[in-house]
Design a protein around this ligand. Structure first.
Ligand code: 13P
Ligand code: SF4
Length: 319
């Protein structure tokens, strides 16, 4: 505990000395989330991380999250230094959508607007017309549908199916999934809800359909936190990465939070719903990257420029 406090203090000192802002996601270690807030940074969903990084005056951004979040920050602010505690922190959606295969998919369907989820590489974004996150995907796809556009969607099939069902848009889909949310189980969730009849069920839309169908609220990480803060229920069943519970507990201390069941929830695995790549962010490697300048994001200029358009379109649309 003392060691963690010392590392946290050291990280705060370095952030100040390097004129750096810490941009953290709700799924990372609670100490990193707290540190971001205590030092004038942010903890948020992926949409607000992108906006905050772009608008902040700091010359260095330290992104505590996964690779695509650091890349998005660099694409938006090429003049800033963007560091990550561990550059190997990737995402199964990004890994499951290689740029060459994706380009071939786009080439085969030139009549469609290409809409990609934020959880993709810069090279995939370079082929896209729009980037979306879970907090704006519904609005952007509804907007495209109203214009009569057909959509090519990648890579998350659960989020894509949810958006398609909600909007009725014509969407051709890539077959990707998040390894964390894909593990939530509808049947077990139903049993859990029977044991907690007054509980509100909160679900991130990367979850399978059987889980989404039981939700009282479906939304981004920010939307799920808002639902706990504003909800009148006493108990909440939460189907997303359990890193989010840290902020929920801080903002809604009187409420009872229950993790939704995953295939791995058992005596041997109490917290399976945690992204292994988000978990690669810690106090020690945060201090290391600030001390040595390691973990710097670099993106080739043609790719960066091509990827910028789809991100700016989303930020303008949601401004
Ligand atoms: P949010 O944009 O809702 O924060 O989601 C990001 C993510 O990676 C969820 O798994
Ligand atoms: Fe990717 Fe899932 Fe991890 Fe989010 S929780 S970063 S979607 S693997």
């Amino acid at each position: 505990r003392d060691e963690r406090a010392a590392l946290k203090a050291r990280a705060a000192e370095l952030l100040k000395a390097r004129n750096a802002a810490l941009v953290a996601h709700y799924y990372v270690d609670g100490d990193l989330q707290d540190l971001a807030l205590e030092t004038g940074g942010i903890v948020s969903d992926s949409l607000e991380m992108a906006r905050f990084g772009r608008d902040h005056a700091a010359q260095t951004l330290v992104v505590a999250g996964v690779r695509f979040m650091g890349e998005t920050a660099k694409i938006l602010s090429p003049e800033k230094r963007v560091l990550m505690p561990d550059l190997d922190a990737t995402c199964s959606l990004d890994l499951g959508c290689p740029a060459d295969d994706f380009a071939a998919f786009c080439d085969a369907h030139p009549d469609r607007q290409v809409v990609v989820y934020a959880n993709t590489s810069a090279a995939v974004k370079a082929r896209a017309d729009w980037m979306v996150t879970s907090s704006c995907a519904l609005d952007i796809v509804s907007h495209l549908k109203a214009q009569g556009q057909k959509i090519l969607w990648a890579p998350d099939r659960h989020l894509g199916r949810y958006i398609q069902e909600e909007t009725g848009a014509d969407m051709l889909m890539w077959n990707g999934a998040c390894i964390v949310h894909d593990e939530f189980k509808g049947l077990e969730l139903e049993l859990l809800r029977e044991q907690h009849p007054g509980a509100m069920v909160l679900v991130h839309p990367e979850s399978p359909r059987s889980v989404v169908q039981m939700a009282d609220v479906v939304g981004s990480t920010s939307a799920l936190i808002k639902a706990v803060v504003e909800g009148t229920a006493k108990e909440y069943i939460v189907a997303t990465d359990n890193g989010i519970l840290h902020r929920m507990r801080q903002l809604a201390p009187g409420k009872t939070l229950i993790e939704a069941p995953t295939a791995g929830n058992s005596a041997t695995c109490k917290s399976c719903a945690h992204c292994p790549w988000m978990a690669m962010n810690g106090l020690q490697n945060l201090v290391d990257c600030l001390e040595t300048g390691s973990g710097e994001i670099a993106i080739e200029e043609p790719t960066r420029r091509q990827a910028l358009g789809c991100i700016e379109r989303m930020l303008d649309f949601t401004a």
